[in-house]
Write a protein that binds this ligand. Sequence first.
Ligand SMILES: Cc1cc2nc3c(=O)[nH]c(=O)nc-3n(C[C@H](O)[C@H](O)[C@H](O)COP(=O)(O)O)c2cc1C
Length: 167
Amino acid sequence: MVIVYRSNTGFTRQYAEMLGKTEKMKVFPLSGAEHNVPAGEPVFYMGPLMAGHISGIDQAVKKFSVKGACGVGMSPASQQVLETLAKANYTNGAPIFYLQGGWAPKKVGWLKRRMVGMATKSMRESLRDKGSSRSPEEDRYLDFLLHGGSFVAFENLESIREWIKSL
Ligand SMILES: Cc1cc2nc3c(=O)[nH]c(=O)nc-3n(C[C@H](O)[C@H](O)[C@H](O)COP(=O)(O)O)c2cc1C
């Protein structure tokens, strides 16, 4: 199995490269993968979340034998995120994972920045309204929503690594 990924602002690429290194798997960007990865090859696909959709998953499922997929988004990992992903993405029965990546407002165009701004508005407002009763984690998350940042961490790969080992 090889890793194929798409990444717009670099967070998914960081995870794909980390996972490839630790599990000794080859890593290919989706654009250009058709030259390096034969059609039907077993693949672990990783892509950034866009409005709940794993960017590039449909192309990957069409070309390769996707054994597992992973969405990389900006929200903290939760059971609810996983359930939403399972509903919004077709993987032909392959398991879907989620990793918290980051948010790089300066690397996306104004329209996308606005879309994210609208999607996170109520969260920002409720965190702001908490004022000094915000926990340190909430402080960090509010700053992340406003200015961007990264939650990419090697430890987050644990469940994916366990799953790869169980194959
Ligand atoms: C237009 C747009 C829509 C997004 N939708 C979601 C989303 O539904 N859920 C989420 O958690 N993150 C969402 N994000 C945040 C990205 O998924 C996040 O920044 C991700 O880490 C980007 O990965 P990349 O650096 O590999 O491109 C969205 C970002 C943009 C620009």
